[in-house]
Write a protein that binds this ligand. Structure first.
Ligand SMILES: [Mg+2]
Length: 351
């Protein structure tokens, strides 16, 4: 996941702890352990104890910088008036709650209906660190685009694949539901499989460590590893990574990710989809990207730099971001999407 991150909700907002502020600095700058702590901030469900948080000057300064997308909803939709909205959604921590066991990150039926409704009316893509098949197994909707493995593996909805240009590869339908339309790093598949097996072997003695094969990247989860053993996780991963110069390490929340060294990320995936759908560089399009992880920052940055779209960070702790606005958790994401679709329907009927 890495990107499909997960931090268990804890009780207090630790504004002075290692999770705040997160600086978007080069990884490994101060050693992996430091990065592992910085990338895994202590989360806090602000809804549970919002009174204290609201009066915290650090939080108040942060929310001023990244206003709640619900509070500034009218301002956001004003930007989308008369435009085509394209929706990009991260999965873990955005559409599904963060859980200890990645395989249990189930999306609620209510959220699924909200996303389905959005996908029927707007071009919608889910962009995740997970393998695309895993994301589909969770979401189970055929109406949208899926970009798995941080956007390195993109599938389109049934009947729409022909509208998306295929730059590098095109394969037959998968499960009869979607069509693979883009794979950025096909040549890495055997290497990733090999590294996955090596990491499973080398970390099997570390209690709580879990290695996940996400097709174009390998995720080493340490959420359930005692913090005193985090250096062991880092050492095992580093020992193997050293043998593969064409692979690199990325930090997510409670996860180390081994990925191909290629110029590709969630931001590139957003650009690819916008371009392929004929929606890039257009004043009549408003892309909205909602995500909670460090890897979502690449997408926020793309939208911020092109001044074409809106990034919304899902976070219950103050942290630096390229996003413009914030939402606390997946339930607020659902509220935002519901309001967006109601507004869209009203806008369509008023024209
Ligand atoms: Mg996420």
């Amino acid at each position: 996941m890495g990107s499909y991150d997960d931090s268990p909700p804890v009780k207090e907002l630790n504004l002075n702890g290692p999770g705040f502020p997160i600086r978007l600095e080069p990884l490994r700058a101060n050693g992996w352990l430091h990065d592992m702590k910085v990338s895994s901030p202590t989360a806090s469900p602000m809804n549970n104890d919002i009174s204290g948080t609201l009066f915290n000057p650090v939080y108040r300064a942060w929310i001023k910088k990244y206003p709640s997308a619900l509070n500034v909803f009218d301002k956001i939709v004003a930007c989308g008036r008369g435009k085509k909205i394209a929706l990009f959604l991260d999965y873990d921590g955005t559409l599904s709650p963060i859980v200890d066991e990645p395989d249990n990150a189930v999306m609620s039926d209510q959220m699924r209906e909200v996303v389905r409704n959005a996908a029927i009316h707007l071009p919608t893509a889910i962009i995740s660190g997970r393998a695309v098949d895993k994301v589909f197994d969770f979401v189970k909707l055929t109406e949208l685009y899926y970009a798995g493995s941080h956007g390195m593996d993109i599938m389109g909805p049934v009947g729409k694949s022909s509208s998306v240009a295929d730059h590098r590869s095109c394969t037959n339908s998968n499960k009869g539901k979607e069509v693979k339309i883009f794979q950025a790093a096909t040549e890495f598949l055997p290497v990733i499989e090999e590294v996955f097996r090596l990491l499973v072997e080398s970390t099997k003695g570390i209690h709580g460590a879990k290695v996940e094969n996400n097709k174009f990247c390998v995720s080493v989860h340490y959420r359930n590893v005692d913090e005193k053993d985090w250096t062991l996780v880092a050492q095992c991963t580093d020992d193997i990574l050293k043998m593969y110069p064409r692979l690199q390490l990325c930090h997510g929340r409670k996860v180390l990710e081994v990925r191909p060294v290629i110029d590709w990320n969630k931001g590139k995936a957003v650009e690819f989809l916008l371009d392929s759908l004929g929606l890039a560089h257009s004043d009549s399009v408003l892309p909205i990207y909602i995500g909670d992880d460090r890897t979502d920052e690449d997408a926020f940055k793309v939208l911020r730099d092109c001044k074409q779209g809106i990034g919304i960070l899902v976070s219950s702790v103050p942290k630096e971001s390229h996003a413009l606005y914030s939402l606390v958790d997946p339930s607020e994401v659902m509220d935002f999407l519901k309001r967006l679709m109601i507004w869209k329907e009203q806008e369509a009927t008023s024209r």
